[in-house]
Design a protein around this ligand. Sequence first.
Ligand SMILES: NC(=O)c1ccc[n+]([C@@H]2O[C@H](COP(=O)([O-])OP(=O)(O)OC[C@H]3O[C@@H](n4cnc5c(N)ncnc54)[C@H](O)[C@@H]3O)[C@@H](O)[C@H]2O)c1
Length: 272
Amino acid sequence: MSFIDSVFSLKGRTAVITGGAGGLPGSLAIAFLKAGAKVVIWGRGTNHPMAEAAAKIGAEAGGGEIFAVTVDTGSREACEKALEESERISGGPVDTLLNGVGGNRGKSPFVDFDEAIFEDVLKLNLMAGLVVPTRVFAKYWIARGIKGCVINMTSMTSYKALSGTWAYNAAKSGVLNLNEALAKELAPHGIRVNAIAPGFFVGNQNRALLIDEKTGDLTARGKAIIARTPFGRFGKHEELWGAALFLASDHASGFVTGVSIPVDGGYLTDNI
Ligand SMILES: NC(=O)c1ccc[n+]([C@@H]2O[C@H](COP(=O)([O-])OP(=O)(O)OC[C@H]3O[C@@H](n4cnc5c(N)ncnc54)[C@H](O)[C@@H]3O)[C@@H](O)[C@H]2O)c1
């Protein structure tokens, strides 16, 4: 085994990636497969069947063992069943949970926001995106003595509020808070809890905010983000792979818990 493999290989590991048909989680599924893990993607399968998404990810990774489960991660019962199914189809215990479900919906002045959408976004990012699946996995790992690994998705707005995206801001700062608190709570069980904080990566859930659909030009918000990102561009999905593999590998980060790693082209260094 090469030195790099001994530090970063995920051979023998099985990861559930929630929201795995989506942009960033789908790309992270490719990285996990390439690093040798078995991967089970979870998602609602609303736009495309999950099996189709899994086949596409497998092809892009150039092979590997990938499986798909259709599940709404906002439901505890559904997550419990999905975990049983994941064990069955992947042929063994699951040791890693990457919470990829989440996203924003639009923006507005505070006085105009839609309360139903606000609550949906809180539920999407906090409950479906972290609390519900993490609780199911933590119980399962504690009962079986598995030293599991959780990777959450924080955001630039976990650190510094973005304008107009009120519920997303509140939810993602909550994700950062829970990431730290859960790391402490679960450490005695050998379970590590960390996060990746992507800067700005164009995806389905934020494309309309960043790029004008009609002209293909950057929106005013897209321009403002680029102006505040010292690298002067959006991120590429593969640029998240290194941080994810580092956090997933017990050899690379076995003494690391409760951190959130910004991968942001320097966005958080912004000053005047
Ligand atoms: N794109 C970015 O620039 C960016 C930046 C910072 C953080 N993030 C975070 O990264 C994560 C992924 O973002 P993305 O841009 O790839 O989003 P995305 O919308 O492409 O992917 C999310 C996936 O989750 C699925 N999903 C939503 N609710 C679900 C539920 N209840 N049960 C099961 N599946 C569900 C969606 O169908 C989708 O496939 C999110 O948490 C997002 O907040 C993204």
